[in-house]
Structures are given as C-alpha cells and as structure tokens.
Design a protein around this ligand. Structure first.
Ligand code: ADP
Ligand code: MG
Length: 725
C-alpha cells in the first residue's frame, strides 16, 4: 500500500507544470474578462486611445494577476503535495492502527475463549478426578452427571446410574430422610449435610457423608449438586478403636496380673485392681509415690541395672525378682516391662506387668525336692532307669549304664538307642511298644543290648507310659535290670541238667564199652605184632581206640566222682607244669607263651590233676585258636580276700558273642577233629571247685578266659569229696 502511495507522489510531481499552465491560462482569461467588465462599466464611452490603453492595461493586469495566481497556485501545489503526503501518512497510520486494533480484538476474543475452555477443563478434571463422589441431579432427583468416584464406590456404571433417580440406590431405611433433605435443597435453596447409606451393586451397604448444594440459574434452583464421601471404613475403624479401647480398659481392670505405669522420674501414675491386691497398696496411696517403695532395700542396685537395660533394650520379659508389699513382706514376682515413647521417640513412661509367682516358686521348690529324692534313688539303684520323650528319644538315663554297657549316660541322651538293640529282638520290642501306645498299659520286655565291647547284655525291662493331662502318652519310663547273670544261672542249670543226663548215660554206657574196648585194644595190639603188613591200618585202629577211650574217660569224670583229693597247691607251680607240657605244641604252632604271675599268691586248696585238666583244655583251645601263631598270656592275680584269678589271653580268632552261651555244652565244637567235651569237663571241674569260669571275646581279636578259684575250699565240699574218694 505504501509503495502505491509513493508511485502516486512521483506522478503528481511530474504533472504540476502542465496543470499549473492550464490553471494559469484559466486564471488569466478569467482575470482579463473580469477586468474588462469592471473597466467597461467604469469607463463607459471613452475614446479609442483610451480603448487601446485599456486593452494593454487589461493584458498587463491579466498577465500580472495570472502570474500572481500561478505563483499562488504553484505554492499551493507544493503545500497540497505536502498535505497529501501527510494525509497519506496519517492514512497509513490510521489503517495501521485500525489493522492493529482489529487484531487485538480477535486476540481478546480468542483469549476469553481459551480462559473459558481452561476453566471448563479444570472443572471437568476436578469433577472427574475428585476422590469423593461428585454428581448433579435435576429437580426430579435423576442423575445428570456423575464422576468416576461414583462408579468406583457404588459399583454401578454411568449408563446404569445416569437418568435414574437417586432413590433407587438408597438403603431403603434411609430413603425418607434423604428425599426430605433433597427437597429442602430445592425448595429453600439450602445446603444440606447429612449421612446416609446406599447399597453397592454387589449388595453390601456403604455409609456416605453427603452434601447437597442447590444449582442456581438466574436466582432459580435448577438442580442439585451432590458431594459424597465413603466413610464406611473410617466409621468402622473408629468403632473398632472404641471397642479395642473398651476391651483394653476392661482387661486392665480385670486381669489377674498387676499393671502399672511409671513416669520418667519413677513416680507411679496408674495401677489396676490386681496391683492393689498383689502389692498391698491402694491406688490412692501409691499413685504419686516413687516406685522404689515397692523394691526391697537390698535390691535398689538391681533396679538401677534394670533401668539401664531398658534404656537400650526397650523390653524386659519375665524377669523374676522380689518385691515388697506395703506391710514390708516380700513376695516373688515375674515382671515384664516395656518402654513407652512419645512421637519423637522420647521415653515418657514405663509400663509394667507383675505376676505373683510365690505359689509357683513354692511348687517348684517342692518339685525340686521330689526330683532330688527320685534322683537319689535312680542314681543309686542297681537298675537302669531311663526316660524317653514322646519321640522316643532318651532324655535321662541313670549313671549305672556305665557299668552295665561300658557307655556313659551322656552317650545315650539325645538318641533312641535302637541301633544298640539286638537285631533279633528288635521286632518284638517294637511290637510291645505298639501295644503300650495302644492300650496305655506298661509292658515287660526282655531283650539284648550291645555292650561297648561288642557282646550283648540281656535286659529285663518294665516300660511304663507317661501321660499328659489329656491321657496322651508323652513319654516312657524304662526300668531295666541286667539279666545276664540270671540267664547265666539258668543256662548253667540247663547245662548241669544236660550234664546230669550225659553223666547218667555215661555211667551206664562207659562201663559197657570199656570192657569190650579193652579186649579190642588188646587184640589189635596182638595183631599188630603178628601181621606187620597191616600195621598201617592197625595203627589207625589203635589211635581211634585211644580216642574212644579218652572220650570214655572224659565221660566218666561226669558220671561219677573220681577218687579226688583236695590239697594245698601252689598255683604258679601247677601252671608251670602245664606250660612245660604245652611248650612243644606251642612252638609247632608258632605261639609264644608269656606268663605274668602276681607275687606272693597264696596256695589254693584244689584237686591238682583235675585243675590241670582245666588249664590244659583252656590253653589248648587258645593255641588252636591261633593257627597262624600269636601270643598266649597267662596271668594270675588276687581277685579279693578269698579269691584268685587266672586269666588266659590269646589273640586268636575270637568267639562270636552269640556263641559264648553255648560254651560248655556237651559236643559243642567248631573244630573238625574237636570233641566239644573239653570245656564241658572244665566247667564241671571248676564248678566242683566252687569257682567260676568266664569267657570274654571279640571276634577276630582274641579271647580271654577268666578262671576264679576260692583260696580255701568250703570244708563241707572238701569233706564230701574226701568221702567220695
Ligand atoms: P573242642 O576244643 O574239642 O572243640 P572245647 O569244649 O574245648 O571243644 O571247645 C568248644 C569250642 O569252644 C571250640 O570248638 C571253639 O569253637 C570254642 N573255643 C574254646 N576256646 C576258644 C578260644 N580260646 N578261642 C576261640 N574259640 C574257642
Ligand atoms: Mg578243646
């Protein structure tokens, strides 16, 4: 636009001379005519000269006034030009201004629109995201709009709720009140605030805190806004809290334990009834007093330590101590103390619970006394007493196990001992225990349990159940007696029965056999001399006959008392003779005989030859048990005031623990050429001497035979034997 304007200016400037000339001509013409008219009017009827002069003056005047007009015009044209430019400029400015002002109005309109939109948006987002339910209703109470919280709280979708009356969502009982409030909001234009219940879509009841606000349009209520908050949980929690508080208070009042609060200065602030009863102070008397009044004088230091403990530990649980009543009497109490802190973590008070344990202490000490007595009995009885818990684990076993099994009580505690039982007895033990658990009745079980050195000890046990208050078996008490001795006696009886039978048989048979045997032997001897070509066979016959004769002689030992004589004998000498006798056999078997005799052993009264037979049998067995050689030790020692003991130790093959009871039975042998009579005869001889013979053995490690003999024989016995002789 401004460019066009400029072009216009250039054009006007160029045109000025032509236009001015034309104007000049016009002005000139007009001036001449005017002058002529005026002069004509003034100079009517003048002469010719005057007419020519007149014409000239007319021309001069015309030219002069034309020139003046032109000058004026030229000046005017510049002014016009300037005016025009100014006009143009102001026109430009104006249009610019107009332009500007129109833009601002548009902008203003836009701005206003944006503000409206924004506030609308703000309203919407406030509406939509408000955590409380926000809704609006028309005058009939139908929902017009509702926010997300309405959906979340009620469980209904917007489609289900909008354009429906609020009354159909109400808890029926509350409907009249809510409708009344709604109507008031509309009629009076009043804000209403109240609580009501609605029913969730899934049926549960929700408690709401509701505000109704009238919507005014030009002073008329056109609808109602509602804001509602779900306070179900809050009310619930408050109710629960009140309930808990009530409970706590009733607990505080009615518990049998003393409860008290002490402030930081040690002043008692609150106590319950039980406290009054246990500590013997009424609440009025003790509240406001220092707690140290309740602590016996000697225990103030302990108090200080407890306080220190509470400073870093927060709690003190079941601490047993002594407190003092108002009358100065002392009582046992178990206390539990907790530190109470304020919000900043500062210790403000101590809460204590005290339980009177005088009675418990009394019972405990009575129990301890009873336990002590029982312990005395269990630890000194010769029986073993064991206590098992409900998992059949040993909790206690009397110290005597040590002597019977070679294990200490501690070795058994915490185990069930099953792997010490003899495998053959295990089944029966379990059966019996089953019956005990079934019937609740005690059972008697006889079984074998392993000794530390491997052999089994026979036990006769009474197993008794221990019941709890509900008649459930919660443990077992076992009283066990070492039965080995008894069984050995029984065994001996059994053996001696056998011996008696064998003896009777032998008495008859031996006599019958001996005579024919003598003839056979004599004839064989005779034939040996006569028939040298059969010597080989006859030698065998004779040696077999010797064996038969030997067996016969052994039988006769059992059959009837021999002509025996008890004499005082030096045991060392007797053993020396036997060692000399067996030396050769020992050397052949690569066995070394070592003798360890105790000095100054007294002589013993015995039947020397018979006793020799015993030691020959025992030592021969020992040598035979060491086919690859070894040591054979012979030890003598005093075994008491009236006893001596001879021990024969070998490191041969050993005897299986189960076989030991069989030793001494007739014909029990493990050797190809054995008779199984050696030990039988030995047992008999030792028995006749009122002594004892015992075997201890570990398979693969060796055997010890212990022979105990009385130093002086019972005179009756000596006499009897003498009589027989
Ligand atoms: P025999 O020697 O004829 O076999 P015994 O009555 O003397 O008969 O011995 C019976 C059995 O006892 C023997 O066969 C052997 O098995 C066992 N016995 C006795 N003493 C020992 C020993 N010291 N070491 C190993 N076994 C032994
Ligand atoms: Mg033998």
């Amino acid at each position: 636009m401004s460019e066009d304007l400029n072009n216009g200016k250039v054009l006007n400037t160029r045109m000025v001379p032509f236009r001015s000339l034309a104007l000049y001509m016009i002005f000139w013409g007009v001036s001449v005519v005017l002058f002529h008219i005026i002069t004509d009017w003034m100079l009517v009827e003048r002469d010719a000269t005057l007419s020519r002069l007149h014409l000239l003056s007319e021309i001069v005047f015309g030219m002069g006034s034309g020139l003046v007009a032109y000058g004026l015009l030229a000046r005017n044209s510049v002014q016009i030009k300037q005016l025009k430019a100014a006009l143009q400029e102001s026109e430009d400015k104006f249009s610019e201004y107009v332009e500007d002002t129109t833009g601002a109005r548009v902008l203003e309109r836009k701005l206003t629109k944006r503000v409206v939109e924004e506030s609308e948006q703000r309203y919407r987002s406030l509406f939509d995201t408000h955590p409380d339910m926000v809704f609006s209703c028309d005058l009939e109470g139908n929902f017009i709009e509702a926010n997300a919280a309405c959906v979340a709280v009620s469980g209904y979708t917007l489609e289900e709720a909008l354009h429906h009356s609020f009354s159909q969502f109400l808890y029926p009982e509350d409907a009249p009140e809510v409708k009344y409030r709604f109507q008031r909001t509309i009629d009076e234009g009043e804000v209403q605030h109240y609580r009501c219940r609605i029913v969730h879509r899934d049926g549960h009841v929700i408690l709401l805190d509701v505000t109704n606000i009238p919507i005014f349009v030009e002073d008329r209520v056109m609808g109602v806004y509602g804001i509602a908050k779900d306070i179900t949980d809050e009310v619930h929690t408050r109710e629960e809290f009140a309930e808990t508080k009530e409970l706590l208070e009733s607990f505080f009042a009615s518990t049998t334990d003393a409860i008290y609060l002490i402030d930081n200065q040690g002043i008692v602030c609150k106590v319950n009834e039980a406290f009054e009863r246990i500590y013997g102070w009424s609440a009025e008397e003790i509240i406001g007093q220092n707690f140290s009044l309740l602590v016996p004088p000697g225990r103030q230091e302990e108090m200080r330590k407890l306080n220190e403990h509470l400073d870093c530990q927060e709690h003190l649980t079941d601490y047993e101590t002594v407190r003092m009543r108002k009358d100065g009497s002392l009582f046992d109490v178990s206390i539990t103390v907790s530190v109470i802190r304020d919000q900043n973590g500062q210790r403000v008070a101590l809460a204590g619970i005290g339980r009177d344990i005088t009675e418990r202490k009394r019972v405990e000490s009575a129990l301890r006394e009873i336990e002590y007595r029982y312990r005395l009995i269990t630890e000194h009885t010769s029986d073993i007493i064991a206590i098992y818990d409900q998992d059949q684990i040993i909790q206690y076993v009397s110290p005597r196990v040590d002597q019977i099994f070679g294990y200490s009580a501690d070795d058994y505690i915490g185990t069930n001992n099953f792997d010490h039982l003899h495998p053959d007895d295990f089944g029966e033990i379990m059966e019996r225990l089953d019956s005990l658990y079934r019937t609740g009745e005690s059972v008697r079980i006889v079984f074998r349990q392993r000794h530390a050195d491997g052999h089994y000890v026979w036990l006769e046990t009474m197993v008794m159940p221990v019941f709890d208050l509900h008649e459930q078996v919660i443990g077992l008490v076992v009283i066990a007696r070492d039965n080995t001795e008894r069984r050995r006696t029984e065994e001996l009886l059994r053996k001696s029965d056998k011996l008696a039978v064998v003896g009777q048989l032998a008495a008859g048979v031996a006599h019958e056999i001996r005579n024919p045997l003598t003839s056979i032997k004599g004839f064989a001897q005779l034939m040996k001399n006569r028939l040298p070509e059969y010597n080989h066979y006859l030698d065998i016959m004779l040696s077999e006959l010797d064996r038969i004769e030997f067996i016969m002689n052994e039988f006769l030992v059992l059959a009837k008392p021999q002509a025996v004589k008890f004499v005082k004998t030096d045991l060392q000498e007797l053993l020396g003779d036997i060692v000399a006798l067996l030396e050769t056999q020992a050397i052949i078997n690569n066995v070394q005989i070592i003798t360890e005799y105790e000095d100054n052993l007294p002589n013993i009264t015995c039947e020397t030859n018979r006793l020799k037979q015993v030691f020959i049998n025992v030592m021969k067995n020992a040598i035979e048990a060491m086919p690859d050689g070894g040591n054979l030790r012979i030890r003598t020692e005093r075994a008491g005031a009236d006893l001596v003991r001879v021990r024969v130790l070998d490191d041969g093959c050993g005897i299986h623990p189960e076989r030991i009871p069989k030793l001494g039975e007739p014909f029990y042998t493990t050797k190809e050429r054995g008779t199984g009579l050696g030990l039988m005869v030995s047992y008999k001889i030792i028995k006749d001497h009122q002594g004892d013979i015992r075997f201890k053995s570990r398979l693969g490690e060796g055997t010890t035979v212990e022979v105990e003999l009385p130093i002086i024989q019972d005179s009756k016995n000596v006499l009897t034997v003498g009589d027989v002789g």
